[in-house]
Write a protein that binds this ligand. Structure first.
Ligand code: SMO
Length: 763
């Protein structure tokens, strides 16, 4: 359902749903991909930034003259050299009036470590870096506002705002206080998400050219059309004067969803100099000044009746926003706030989600963007509730999961999964995990002295709103060009979109060439965000292909409805159509009727070495419902990648600041990305395919799924393993150090007294 079956197909198998290898891979794997860093136009100049060395303070003195005097330095920009610095726009999904803004280059006050203070453009990157070194910057440091809990009472990070509360979302349904008061079992939790770096393989990069009154920005953007519109507005140019090209992009994960001040400054420098200017961020520069993710504090209470039915949920999220707000900066707080009660039937719900300004680098969306925060809180509460009730965790979930016929079921925020079959997804995952046998095996190992645990998580994943556009053009050689308004950062989008088009057009997949990422030759689009590209973008491609089919049929029928010369046996002869109507094209902007929501269920088995605190994920069983799957190879790859990043959050990643606001995990030597050895020893994925009722393709998202399900399942498993040893609370990342400390403290306190113990490690 949801998919228009193409009856005009010949013998060729329908490409929809086939595990075709990614057409992008040969160029990516053989060094032929073209990234911004590979582009060096004639006369190209190189850029480097001077950045704030303190988290908060004042510029006491700033003298750029020594840099300007250096050989090879072509331009130095400080705030004094800019007549206007209009703030970068913020997505108004949550009211954005109070969101912190900052000038592109610091003007007097310093608000975060890494904040751009000056731009140096030179003949070589070495000369640009020498220029940065030569600038005399004196600062008066002040105590920074780092912690979101104290930020609300602290001095304003943005002097133009009265306080640090930047955005808030509150809603309720039912009488939560009465339901919690009456509930025989109430559990309460406070959780801390580590602050994370999206850390795509390719760091940020921008190259700007100003030619004949047109600015071209090469930049790996998740939303090139949006970047184009914003850049034009910020620089006072007409939209037609700006072209944004996102060539091959080596991952983004939300970090490239919003324009940065650096991008705007590079464009401005190219315009002033009349020469191409290139900036390629280093890893340390990205860890310091590209958007971060997570970092939220979550508190919640959940009340149950004696049968394990959830009576009430109270959820409170507090997000540290940083010193300026990227376009998508408020989205995690908004997503976390609108998702509860997730997949469950809960009559009384009260949610508050707040974001506060802090003297830290900016917060943005990161793979999951609020979904992992919501899922972690809900799934930890359900697990604690099950333990208190003495009912198996999967049974508590089974009793509360919404049934297919109960969907959609809008919550007090108006959000709801479109459709889904959660009970079937749970049943299938449980069957794959064979819990009775697994529990028996774990009991034997525990009896033999091993520290092992089992945990699960069930979650829903909203997959994006709005529209996307596609244009399909029939060429003289009866091949097709598909121009897509969204973008791609290595997900295999070109392969998947070609499959959708070929499915609808009844042509070989190889006959569909896909263009994306260049605003000059694609219809306007939103971009690769929020797991939306297949559900929304794929539906737009399907709609454009169907429109082209309709036009071809009309042409084949001829002006007087003659016998369809070009549809022998009901199959469109595209060569004939190409001859009759050269350049036949269809462009469709398509907005699905509703938002598609994916879902997933993850079961994790862990073993902990109590002598060292090292946790190993022995096994993970992960089943997901992405609706109609266009390419199972790509869907599984997305799931694996999301699981890897989810395990990064669960086990090892954390950006940490010291009390002065210095980043003490500012390189990949200190910021621990997951490695192959951190993956589950055995990973068994599976899926059910409940077609989404929200869009014509029937697809749901899967790009962020693994990041949502893996962390709560692993944390629940770790608690299952450690609780018998007296550990009552743990926050991610579950590093050996943190687990060892918790075990040592539990041993010291005695099992009973360890309740409520915190490791006290900053995150
Ligand atoms: S975190 Mo995503 O790129 O919407």
């Amino acid at each position: 359902m949801g998919i228009a079956r193409n009856r005009d197909r010949g013998a060729a198998a329908d490409p929809l749903g086939r595990p075709l290898p990614r057409r992008e891979d040969p160029r990516a794997l053989t060094g032929r991909a073209r990234h911004v860093g590979d582009i060096r136009p004639e006369g190209c100049l190189f850029a480097a930034f001077l950045r704030s060395p303190v988290a908060r303070g004042r510029i006491a003195a700033l003298d750029a003259a020594p840099a300007r005097a250096l050989a090879g330095v072509r331009l130095v920009l400080t705030a004094a050299d800019l007549d206007r610095q209009p703030p970068l726009p913020v997505n108004p999904m949550m009211p954005a009036e109070a969101a912190p803004r900052a000038p592109w280059l610091a003007d007097g006050d310093l608000r975060a470590l890494g904040q751009p203070v000056a731009l140096v453009v030179a003949d070589s990157i070495e000369a640009a870096r020498d220029g940065v070194e030569a600038i005399a910057l004196e600062v008066e440091a002040e105590p920074p506002v780092l912690d979101p809990e104290t930020a609300e009472a602290g001095p304003p990070v943005d002097p133009a705002r009265p306080g640090n509360l930047a955005g808030a979302m509150r809603w309720a349904q039912g009488d939560v206080d009465a339901a919690l008061a009456a509930a025989p079992v109430v559990v309460e939790l406070a959780l801390r998400h580590p602050r994370l770096a999206p850390a795509p393989l390719e760091c940020r990069a921008s190259l700007a050219e100003w030619r004949a009154g047109v600015l071209t920005l090469f930049s790996g953007q998740q939303s090139p059309h949006r970047a184009r519109g914003q850049l034009a507005a910020l620089l006072g140019l007409a939209p037609g004067q700006v072209r944004v090209i996102s060539p091959d992009v080596g991952g983004a994960f939300g970090m490239k969803a919003s324009l940065y001040p650096e991008d705007v400054l590079i464009a401005l420098a190219a315009r002033r100099l009349g020469r191409p200017v290139r900036w390629v961020a280093g890893r340390g520069e990205d860890l310091l000044s590209a958007s971060h993710g997570r970092g939220a504090l979550s508190r919640g209470r959940m009340g149950f009746d004696a049968q394990g039915r959830i009576l009430a949920l109270e959820a409170c999220f507090l997000f540290p926003l940083g010193y300026w707000t990227p376009f998508s900066g408020l989205v995690p707080a908004w997503n976390a706030g609108r998702i509860p009660p997730g997949p469950y039937r809960v009559p009384a719900v009260r949610v508050e989600s707040r974001a506060v300004a802090t003297n830290t680098p900016p917060m943005g969306i990161y793979r999951g963007a609020g979904r992992p925060e919501a899922a972690l809180l809900i799934e930890r509460l359900v697990d604690e509730g099950a333990r208190r009730l003495g009912i198996a965790a999967e049974e508590v979930r089974r009793r509360n999961l919404l049934r297919p016929e109960e969907l959609p079921r809008p919550n007090g925020a108006g959000a709801s999964p479109d459709s889904g079959n959660y009970p079937a997804l749970l049943r299938q995952t449980l069957a794959a995990a064979d819990l009775p046998a697994r529990r028996a095996a774990l009991a034997r190992r525990r009896a033999a002295g091993e520290c092992v645990g089992l945990g699960m998580a069930f979650y829903v994943e909203p997959c994006g709103q709005g529209w996307e556009a596609a244009r399909i053009t029939l060429q003289a050689d009866k091949r097709f060009t598909l121009a897509f308004g969204g973008s791609t950062q290595g997900q295999g989008r070109e392969t998947a979109l070609a499959q959708i088009a070929a499915h609808a057009l009844g042509c070989p997949v190889g006959d569909v060439a896909v263009l994306s990422g260049d605003t000059a030759c694609t219809p306007e689009g939103i971009g690769a965000l929020a797991s939306r590209s297949t559900a929304i973008g794929g539906s737009a491609v399907l709609a454009a292909a169907e429109e082209l089919m309709a036009r071809a049929r009309a042409i084949a029928a001829g002006p007087e409805g003659r016998a369809p010369c070009a549809v022998p046996g009901g199959r469109i002869d595209w060569a004939r159509i190409a001859a009759l109507a050269p350049g036949l094209s269809a462009e469709v902007r398509h907005a699905p009727a509703a938002e598609a929501w994916g879902a997933g269920c993850c079961i994790a088995q862990v073993a902990i070495d109590t002598a060292t605190g090292r946790l190993v994920v022995e096994e993970m069983i992960y089943h997901d419902d992405a609706g109609v799957v266009v390419n199972p190879l790509l869907a599984e790859g997305q799931l694996h990648g999301g699981i890897a990043q989810g395990l990064g959050e669960a086990l090892c990643e954390a950006l940490r600041f010291d009390a002065d606001g210095q980043l003490i995990s500012g390189s990949l030597m200190d910021y621990a990305l997951p490695r192959a050895a951190d993956m589950p020893r055995r990973l068994a994925t599976g899926r059910i395919a409940t077609p989404s009722t929200a869009n014509r393709l029937g697809a749901r998202g899967v790009g962020e799924a693994g990041c949502i399900g893996a962390p709560p399942a692993v944390l629940n498993a770790a608690m299952d393993a450690l609780r018998p040893l007296g550990v009552a609370h743990l926050d991610m990342p579950l590093t050996p150090h943190r687990i060892w400390q918790a075990l040592a403290a539990a041993r010291h306190d005695g099992a009973g007294a360890a309740a409520g113990h915190r490791t006290g490690e900053p995150s």
